[in-house]
Ligand binder design. Structure first.
Ligand code: ARG
Length: 585
């Protein structure tokens, strides 16, 4: 609900009490956006819902409400339509005043929340020594956008990277490290062991081929858990190497994260098992400690437990998540904990959420949310792979986007005989290429699978980053062409709305705050993309229809004001997705 709708709602509530008495306080006026602009901007359906209670015809009820309704400052006189709908049309003067107000507001009418809270966004979360794959890329992009929006609303956001930095696979890696880089374990300096992913592959090969090596690997796991100095040293080395590789991607994407990997919670794991035991939830099943769940069964229909501690004493993924959850609630004081992972992990989250609830660990004011997303597919509709069938390295994937943009840009420059500095070209290519990858992901409803297509995401047409960036560039072109300093025109342009396309654009501009709070609630960034895409469409229609620079004052200033507001809205909206604009492209 936007501020206007909010205000109208209050007015309706007052009218209902005035018309029918105090017991009608709190009745929902059922105020919705009009389905068709023909009927105005909003529609209240309360008269129909009260018909039974009041024993009267809805149209008569509507008439009584309208009589008491004090909305002359906001709307034209309301109209009663059909069986008893109350149709409302916003007054032009009201819209003009609203636009003028957001013009003065650097936040463009999006308020900060009154009661900011601590929110955890657990996202990205790749695994040490393994490939950071396209699934992690989606998590990184979606998680960052969610975090940006929550931050913009004024919440205290903890951006946590729940890196997979612990587990039995380290035994194998460390044992292999000892063999191939014995010096790594004794020197203090970091050592470049090259590409960790191929290191992992080699270690795995060695592991699979040799039983004696497997035993050594198992011993390394024990030593790691016991905190043996040289083993810990090797483990740290591997983590550090991965960290450097991940950081390259985060830098390219301009994403900030706090690393708090699984190992961080190690010392808390026995406490989790102990407390589950105390609350009577723990069951021993073939030596493993587990909790039985409601609503989860295996293929045979037998109840499926969540295993927290394996029979060999090792804790697993779920145990760590339970420990992390408790830490986030008690130490971080988080009120909402958001996990951004692929939909394939939905059961894992549903399960450990359920266990934590049963154990009574989740206070009423804490919300747990799994934000699932679909798979990344290639253009052939199959799992995303390189031509040779390998998994795509993220670094290569991002570089490719940038390189394609660069080639395209250089062609266009040549075609138009434009010359630009190398610095400009490199910067523009990077901004457009990276934005395209981000926007293509965010503009999809995250719950569906998404087809990764350079051609589509880099197109200047359609709901793409290049299109949105170009829309912004166009608004800047107007200011250049007219020699107008938008800064100076700034915040006090007198807005006058007369043409339909102006009114439509104006109303859309006023909706930003509603969209942002929707995304804050539903965590669906594609809504923001749709809003911005529709904004650029409405702007284009306005711009085709209404001369700006050629019109007379005071209309000229007003229209420039609309251009400026559109530009500012695009820039702000894109910034919430981690996309920065260009002045030219
Ligand atoms: N490391 C996991 C993966 O690569 C994702 C972790 C998600 N966060 C969590 N708290 N479980 O699939």
């Amino acid at each position: 609900m936007n501020a206007t709708q909010e205000q109208l709602k209050v007015k309706f509530e007052q009218a209902l009490v005035a018309a029918f008495g105090a017991e009608y306080a709190g009745v929902d006026p059922i105020l919705v956006a009009a389905s068709n602009p023909k009927f105005g901007d909003y529609q209240a359906n309360v008269a129909l819902s009260l018909s039974k209670r009041l024993g009267k015809q809805p149209r008569a009820i509507a008439a009584t409400i309208v009589e008491e309704l004090d909305i002359a400052a906001i709307c034209e006189p309301p109209e009663i339509a059909g069986p008893g709908f109350i149709n409302l049309k916003l007054k032009t003067a009201y819209l003009e005043a609203q636009l003028q107000a957001i013009q003065r507001d650097p936040r463009l009418g999006v308020p900060t929340v009154k009661d900011p809270q601590r929110e955890v966004v657990d996202f990205s979360s790749p695994n040490i020594a393994k490939e950071m794959h396209v699934g992690h890329l989606r998590s990184t992009i979606i998680g960052d956008c969610i975090a940006r929006i929550l931050e913009f609303r004024g919440h205290h956001v903890l951006r946590l990277n729940h890196v997979g930095d612990w587990g039995t696979q380290f035994g194998m890696l460390i044992a292999y490290l000892r063999e191939v880089y014995p010096q790594a374990l004794t020197t203090a300096n970091a050592l470049d062991i090259g590409d960790l992913v191929s290191f992992y592959r080699q270690a795995k090969q060695r592991f699979d081929a040799d039983e004696a090596f497997q035993e050594t690997a198992r011993q390394e796991v024990v030593k790691l858990q016991a905190g043996a100095e040289d083993t810990i040293h090797a483990w740290k080395l591997l983590c550090q190497q991965s960290r450097l590789e991940f950081q390259v991607i985060y830098d390219l994407l301009d994403v900030k994260l706090i690393e708090r990997g699984e190992s961080f919670y190690n010392s808390l794991l026995p406490g989790v098992v102990e407390d589950l035991d105390k609350s009577g939830l723990l069951v021993e099943n073939q030596g493993a400690k587990c909790v039985f769940l409601e609503g989860f069964t295996n293929r045979e229909g037998e109840p499926l437990p969540l295993i927290v501690q394996k029979s060999d004493g090792g804790f697993n993924y779920a145990a760590t998540d339970l420990a992390a959850l408790r830490y986030r609630i008690h130490q971080d004081e988080a009120k909402r904990i958001i996990y951004v992972t692929d939909a394939g992990q939905a059961n894992h989250f549903a399960q450990f959420f359920q266990v934590a609830r049963k154990a009574g660990w989740i206070p009423d004011d804490v919300e747990l949310v799994h934000v699932p997303f679909g798979l990344v597919l290639g253009e052939d509709g199959k799992k995303f792979k390189t031509r040779s069938g390998d998994t795509v390295r993220l670094r290569d994937l991002l570089d490719e986007a940038v390189n394609r943009v660069r080639a395209d840009l250089e062609n266009r420059l040549q075609e138009y005989g434009r010359t630009e500095t190398e610095e400009f070209i490199a910067h523009a290519a990077e901004v457009i290429g990276i934005s395209a990858v981000k926007y293509a992901d965010l503009s999809q409803n995250r719950t569906s699978n998404y087809v990764f297509s350079y051609d589509k995401m880099l197109s200047l047409k359609g709901n793409t980053a290049p299109y949105m960036l170009y829309a912004y560039v166009r608004t800047q072109g107007i200011s250049r062409e007219g020699n107008i300093d938008f800064e100076q025109l700034g915040t006090e342009a007198k807005i006058l709305l007369a043409e339909d396309t102006e009114l439509t654009l104006a109303k859309h501009l006023l909706q930003l705050s509603e969209v942002v709070s929707e995304v804050e609630k539903d965590l669906l960034p594609n809504r923001l993309c749709e809003y911005l895409y529709s904004l650029s469409d409405k702007f284009n229609k306005f711009y085709e229809n209404c001369p700006v620079l050629q019109s007379e004052e005071p209309v000229r200033t007003s229209r420039l004001g609309l251009c400026n507001l559109t530009a500012r809205t695009l820039k702000l909206g894109l910034s919430l997705m981690g996309i920065s604009v260009l002045e030219r492209m």
